[in-house]
Design a protein around this ligand. Structure first.
Ligand code: GDG
Length: 456
């Protein structure tokens, strides 16, 4: 069988005997250890001057190949084009897009450099799988260097409709680059439709059956592969965590109050500001809940060197202070806002303790937290997932209480419904979601993608 070569912006650190936390890392490691191959990407380090070298390290049948980025590339490619231009653009947030020519120049330069460094490691029959918005042009760069391998691309974040995408001057370059891949994977059918709509309306291409299309002189295929989790592994971890010291401490601190939990990277796409507003509306409109419910929001800081991330952090600190200032009592703090990360085992125990999983992104590729919350529930006494209709996960999780995160009163009503839900309804909603999670777990995601790439 041919080797698998995975390319992603970050390569998960090699931790002996430890499972990496993120979904991508787990899936990639599973696939690589089954098939054998190379994982190539940025080392997470930067250098101020001079040149860089690819560092390789082989463990078992996996070779990890990483390279540092020049400081100016980190600024233009990572902080700039990837996280200040493409991230807001692809999350439908035009007003937050920060666009500079030097960013796109840096983005192209880094992708070419990655392709150039990867090229000598490639064997003719390697299957190449490129991940996410940082590396859109990489496949095309490899093609230009003469590589004829099967190359697939998976976009972890949403793909916007053409009217939004075309607000970025580089839209044709981005889509043309995507067309150089043999297979383009998206999280949802909605993303596939947005992409194919661009192919038809803007690129003047033709679209056939099963996502096959022709555009810019290329033939390719666009399909949805919703990313999953391993629900039973997580359920076992959550059951074990129920007795852990930290879970018990949390439970004791609640003194019988219902817990609402949110866990999100501190990112404006996650809708935390409106989520705080919705919680305030709940306390305002349902005074009987005051003193009987506690909302704990875990929000580890991310991308703190990008301006829009610093701004959302300030906004949230203000809102958290306001809510607690307005409603707290001497024996009750309505909102616990935690700006730090926790161990995965602790999170699973927190999820299991919470009566409500509160997941209301304004736009999200998938949202694994929604799936993890469901998997961590006690089947006999499961909590309720309150989920934004704009998370990719909403297309699968039919047992969630679905809400529109832009409508704070509607979200507050969703919380009330979830808090009042009968045990029978909670069990039946949970069972239906759990069977979806089992049927399309993380293993199925990568197998389906790689099968489609091989058979194209
Ligand atoms: C991107 C897309 C898509 C969070 N806080 C802690 C922690 N986490 C873990 C969660 C979850 C992961 O990080 C976050 O995944 P999400 O899917 O929720 O969101 P993004 O980071 O934005 O991921 C997203 C995903 O890629 C996969 O394709 O679903 O739409 O935006 O696993 O549990 N983990 C630990 N401590 C924390 O404090 N250990």
């Amino acid at each position: 069988m041919s080797r698998l070569v995975v390319v992603s912006n970050r390569v998960a650190p090699i931790q002996e005997g430890k499972q990496s936390s993120g979904g991508l890392a787990v899936a990639v490691l599973d696939a690589l250890s089954e098939i054998g191959g190379v994982w190539f990407g940025w080392s997470g380090e930067t250098y101020a001057s001079g040149s860089s070298k690819v560092k390789t390290e082989t463990k078992g049948n996996i070779t990890y190949a990483t390279m540092p980025l020049a400081k100016r590339d980190y600024d233009a490619f990572y902080k700039g084009y990837a996280n200040a231009t493409l991230w807001p653009l692809f999350h439908y947030r035009m007003e937050l897009v920060d666009y500079h020519r030097r960013y796109v120049v840096g983005y192209r330069r880094v992708n070419e450099e990655f392709a150039g460094r990867l090229a000598p490691m490639l064997e003719a029959d390697d299957l190449v799988w490129v991940h996410d918005y940082h590396l859109i042009p990489l496949g095309r760069d490899l093609r230009m260097m003469g590589h004829r391998n099967r190359i697939g691309f998976f976009l972890h974040i949403p793909f916007p409709p053409p009217d939004l995408l075309t607000t970025c001057s580089d839209h044709a370059f981005l889509v043309q680059s995507m067309c150089a891949y043999d297979l383009i994977g998206f999280q949802t059918e909605n993303d596939v439709e947005n992409f194919l709509s661009y192919i038809r309306k803007v690129a003047g291409g033709t679209v056939g059956r099963g996502g096959r299309f022709e555009a810019y002189g290329e033939k390719s295929r666009a399909c949805a592969f919703p990313i999953g989790i391993y629900p039973d592994r997580l359920a076992a971890q959550a059951a074990a965590s129920a007795d852990a010291r930290q879970t018990k401490r949390l439970l004791r601190s609640l003194t019988g109050k219902d817990l609402i939990v949110g866990v999100d990277r501190l990112d404006y796409s996650k809708g935390l500001d409106r989520r705080f507003d919705a919680y305030e509306t709940l306390l305002e409109t349902a005074p009987s809940l005051r003193g009987h419910v506690t909302y704990m929001q875990i929000a580890p800081p991310s991308r703190s060197d990008v301006q829009s991330y610093r701004e959302i952090r300030e906004v949230l600190e203000g809102k958290a202070g306001h809510i607690n200032g307005r409603f707290a009592e001497f024996d009750w703090v309505p909102l616990r806002y935690l700006n730090k990360s926790f161990q995965r085992e602790q999170l699973t125990g927190f999820f299991r303790t919470a009566r409500i999983g509160f997941v209301t992104p304004l736009r999200d590729g998938m949202n694994l937290v929604a799936k993890e919350y469901v998997a961590c529930q006690d089947p006999e006494d499961p909590g309720v997932l309150v989920l934004s209709q704009f998370a990719g996960a909403a297309a699968e999780l039919d047992g969630a209480v679905t809400v529109n995160p832009y409508d704070t009163e509607y979200v507050a009503e969703g919380l009330q419904r979830a808090l009042a839900m009968s045990i029978e309804e909670r069990r039946s909603r949970w069972a239906s979601m759990m069977s979806v999670l089992r049927a399309n777990d993380l293993g199925a995601w990568r197998r389906n993608f790689l099968r489609a790439l091989r058979s194209r």
